[in-house]
Each structure stands twice: as C-alpha cells, then as structure tokens.
Design a protein around this ligand. Structure first.
Ligand code: DGY
Length: 328
C-alpha cells in the first residue's frame, strides 16, 4: 500500500474510541447508524476501498470479491471467525485477511461456562417463573436440575477458547474430555487433566455436557449431525458459543423436543439472526443472541487489533493477525 492514509471502509458501528483513532490514522468511512450494508453497498465498498473492515454479519463471498477493485489489498475483519469470508477467493486475488484472535477468548469462555451452569440448573426457567408472578414458594421437589460437580464435559475443539473453558470447568469439578483434530501438547493435557478422544463418536456417547468450541469450516459444518447427536445420552446437554453451522439445528431441535437430549444452551444459530421457531417453544433451552464476546473491554480490544493490523499493513509490514488457514 503506497498511500500514507489508506482508504478504509468500516461496515458496522465500532466502539467510539476505535472509530476516533481510525479517523486520526486513516481516510475512513464509518457506519455511524450501524445499519448492515446491502449487497450493493458492500459491492461499492470493495470497489472503492484499500481496506475493508467487515464483521461476521457481512457475506464476503466469491461473487463479491470478483467485483473488488485492484486497490482492495486488505480485509481486516473485526472478529475472530472468518467463515463469512471466502478465503480462497481472497488469496487468489492477493488480498490479505486478518482477524482478532485472543482478545475474546476469556469472555467467550465465561459465556460458555455460564451456559454450562445455567442449563442443567434451569436458570432461565426459574427466572421466568419469578417474573411471571407464578412462584408459589419453595418446595423440596420443585424446579430440580442436575448437579454440575462430578459430571463429564466433552469439549469439541481444544483451541484457545476450548482450553479456557476447560480451565474454568476444572474449577467447577467437571472432568474434562476433548476431541480435536490434533491432540494438544502433553503439558496442556496434564494441566487440564483432560482426556483425549480421537473418535468424536466415542466421546459423545460418554459425556454429560458437550461444548462446541471449534470454528465453522467446511470440515466442521454439521459436525454434530443428526446421527452424532443421537449418540448422546438422554441426560446430556449441548452448549454452543462457536457457530450455529457446526450443529444440525433441525436435528437438535427434534431431539430436544422428544427428550432424547436433556437441554441446550445456544448463543449461536445456523441462520442468524433467525432462530428455529420450534426451539423458541422449548423450556429446556437457553437461547442467547450471539453475545459470547459482548463486553465493552473485549470489543475495544478487538478494535485495537484491527487498528494494528491495518497500520502495520499500511506501513508495508506483515500484519500480526494474518489468517493463514482453517484451524480445527
Ligand atoms: C467472532 O469474533 O467470530 C465472534 O463470534 C464474535 O462474537
């Protein structure tokens, strides 16, 4: 990039402090009213920008990238997941893609742990009961859930977030099991007292709670298929703070309806922001609007990463958070 101030187009509203710094450093177009861009607006953006700053709500597919101008050299994604960007097309056109790893690990792990605690203990149902003025008082046999301590947690994807979930789970007396494309370093396995399962099927049939913490890639689409979900025990719970596409949502809904799976805590959905209406009818699910990383601190840290990635790239260096390949 030769110009001193690259032309940067940001697709959504970012924290004020990040936007202000962007205004100081770059020739930037912000999206102050936060209306998601239409296809036409995105097309214009990729035709005119040197740097695009999209988020997971923008579909940066092959067709869009085919219309990009020669100036577009960097896609500095605001977010860690890059499944909304056609990486192969970007690579083919020589466009660098960066993301914002690490800074949302702890927040997402906190949210995962919150769901692991909330669903078996029926927090959403209890809260609803008090609010709806239905509470008749304490009873020895009413609103019973299931104990967390001593149960088995199966983590799918033992990357940064999976490991952070495992650390928390250990503190709550859960025994940690995991499935990952590669077995993690023995030191980490030892620290987490984690049991590795090369076979996901085997792990699923033995754990009490499953947590999805792998990215959505072609290899993980519907990794929890109907067949695999049926391997779970009827007292098992499913938690997902990663991407909805990793679970076959229709199959999961059916198994929750029939009681073949005890419950689910979902922060992400297959067709966001649409949620399967049948899921909304169920009592044994806790549904959240993709808020795993939604902290003030995290969103500023993500913005800082975007700033550093753009600035280093504009200065002629390799930005630190280049997306190299698809990891799981
Ligand atoms: C990400 O960065 O991919 C997260 O899903 C945002 O919460």
């Amino acid at each position: 990039m030769t110009k001193n101030k690259p032309k940067v187009i940001v697709t959504r509203k970012l924290p004020d402090v990040i936007e202000t710094r962007m205004m100081e450093l770059f020739d930037v177009t912000l999206n102050l009213d936060d209306t998601p861009m239409t296809k036409a607006e995105l097309t214009e953006a990729v035709q005119t920008a040197d740097v695009l700053v999209p988020t997971l709500t923008d579909r940066i597919d092959a067709r869009l990238l085919a219309q990009a101008g020669d100036n577009l050299r960097l896609i500095a994604n605001y977010g860690t997941g890059v499944d909304h960007i056609d990486l192969a097309s970007a690579r083919q056109r020589g466009i660098t893609v960066t993301n914002t790893p690490d800074v949302l690990t702890e927040d997402t792990a906190d949210m995962t742990m919150a769901l692991i605690l909330a669903v078996p203990r029926r927090l959403a149902e209890g809260a609803m009961n008090v609010r709806s003025d239905d509470w008749k008082g304490w009873s020895p046999t009413w609103m019973l859930g299931h104990r967390i301590h001593g149960k088995r947690l199966g983590i799918i994807g033992m990357g940064r977030i999976g490991s952070a979930v495992a650390r928390r789970a250990k503190g709550f007396g859960l025994s940690v099991h995991y499935h990952n494309r590669h077995r993690v370093h023995p030191e980490l396995e030892q620290e987490l007292e984690a049991t590795y399962w090369e076979s996901l099927d085997q792990m699923l049939s033995r754990v009490d709670i499953v947590s999805v913490n792998c990215p959505h890639t072609p290899a993980t689409f519907h990794l929890l298929s109907g067949r695999r979900l049926k391997l779970l025990q009827p007292q098992a719970y499913v938690v997902n703070t990663s991407r909805g596409e990793v679970i076959d949502e229709v199959a999961l809904t059916k198994l929750l309806q029939s009681g073949d799976i005890a419950g689910a805590g979902l922060d992400v959905f297959e067709h966001e922001p649409a949620v399967n209406p049948k899921l909304l009818e169920l009592d044994n699910v806790l549904l959240l609007p993709h808020m795993g990383s939604a902290t003030f601190e995290g969103r500023i840290d993500m913005g800082d990463k975007v700033l550093v990635n753009i600035k280093t790239f504009a200065d002629g260096h390799k930005p630190p958070d280049r997306v190299i390949g698809e990891a799981f």
